[in-house]
Design a protein around this ligand. Structure first.
Ligand code: ATP
Ligand code: MG
Length: 344
């Protein structure tokens, strides 16, 4: 099983190249899933998905495909519901799913999208895909979908949080006297801040939700471990020629600081060099157009050479994908670049 995660700044071609890599791997015979954790769901147009299903098989009719290609769109509510049903005892699950705080949690808490991304990758692993290609959002902080679960794991396993969950159960069992003086003071202070009934509601919810949160955290920990294992997961940094140097430096250092392994640097939308056998006596207007094209394409080649030189030996695969004459919408269009992207 292999996981490849595509990161990059806005609009550089992450979604297109994630889908194209999935397609190439499916052509070669793998059971592949392309999963988008971007709420914008551009993957729908990239793969021309017509059904509204959150997970669906992509039609590869007419292509020499030995494997299967599936597409999945991250839906925060659906992923969290699935987690609650799986992790809580049946009776508790219904209580959680119907609780008003649960609805606030799924719909309005910022960062739920990022927390659920790692959970959704975990679910995809359970579903038995051999290859998972993850398309990420052009987030202001590109790594929040990795950092937030990491923080959540620490929070849930943090002694004071565990203590609150546990002592609240004692408190509920009218064993108030068993509470330490310190814990009692803490409750009193929180009640003063938020009001007694809200605190009661939150704690009541938390005491039921705690099992789910702890199981989520354990699974997130496991999934993050797989994402850090270079035998399982590689990151692909996607960029365009003139941004390549800056982007490569930024993503390389950010990923290395977090101990993730960078498998490839993909420079997308490169203008190919001109054929050298053009006649020398072109009409002026045409000559100017050709000179302009040459200027830009030579600029692309220079950027490409510089960044590939800098990262050769550091990043195993350095890939250039040419600019296409059409938008990358639909499997046919992706097929045209699938070979140049390669497979994991
Ligand atoms: N090599 C290419 N040649 C021509 N068009 C391309 C190429 N790569 C991407 N595009 C086009 O560029 C646009 C942006 O691509 P895409 O949606 O894949 O980028 P993205 O990085 O996922 O964007 P976002 O950051 O908004 O998620 C699309 O219209 C796509 O068809
Ligand atoms: Mg995208």
């Amino acid at each position: 099983m292999r996981i490849r995660i595509f990161v990059g700044t806005g609009g550089v071609g992450k979604t297109s190249l994630t889908a194209a890599t999935g397609l190439q791997t499916a052509l070669d015979g793998g059971k592949c899933l392309v999963l988008t954790i971007d709420p914008a769901w551009r993957l729908r147009t990239a793969l021309n998905l017509t059904s509204s299903d959150l997970q669906q098989k992509v039609d590869l009719a007419g292509l020499p495909a030995k494997g299967e290609l599936w597409a999945a769109l991250l839906d925060v509510g659906a992923s969290l519901d699935r987690a609650v049903r799986l992790y809580a005892r049946p009776k508790q699950a219904e209580t959680v799913l119907k609780h008003p705080i649960y609805h606030i949690l799924t719909t309005s808490i910022a960062g739920m999208q990022e927390l659920m991304a790692v959970e959704r990758i975990g679910q995809a692993l359970e579903d038995g895909f051999e290859y998972i290609f993850v398309d990420t959002a052009p987030a202001r902080h590109a790594f929040e979908f990795l950092d937030k679960p990491e923080f959540f794991v620490q929070l849930v396993t943090f002694p004071i949080v565990k203590l609150i969950g546990r002592t609240y159960k004692l408190w509920e069992g009218s064993a108030m006297q068993k509470l330490s003086h310190k814990a009692f003071e803490l409750y009193t202070r929180v009640e003063e801040l938020l009001g007694a009934s809200l605190v009661r509601e939150i704690l009541d919810f938390f005491s039921v939700f705690q099992t789910v949160a702890e199981t989520y955290a354990n699974r997130a920990k496991r999934t993050l471990r797989l994402l850090r294992d270079p035998r399982v997961t590689g990151f692909s940094v996607v960029t365009t020629p003139f941004k390549a140097g800056r982007d490569a430096d930024y993503f390389w250092s950010q990923l290395r600081d977090r101990r993730f392994s960078v498998e490839s640097l993909i420079v997308n939308r490169v203008w190919p060099a001109l054929q050298p056998d053009l006649p020398g006596d072109l009409p002026t207007a045409l000559g100017r157009t050709v000179a302009w094209y040459q200027d830009v394409s030579q600029g692309h080649q220079r950027s490409l050479r510089a960044v590939f030189e800098k990262y050769s030996g550091k990043i195993p695969k350095l890939i250039a994908v040419p600019e296409q004459s059409q938008d990358l919408h639909g499997v046919e269009a992706l097929y045209a670049i699938a070979k140049s992207v390669g497979k994991p």
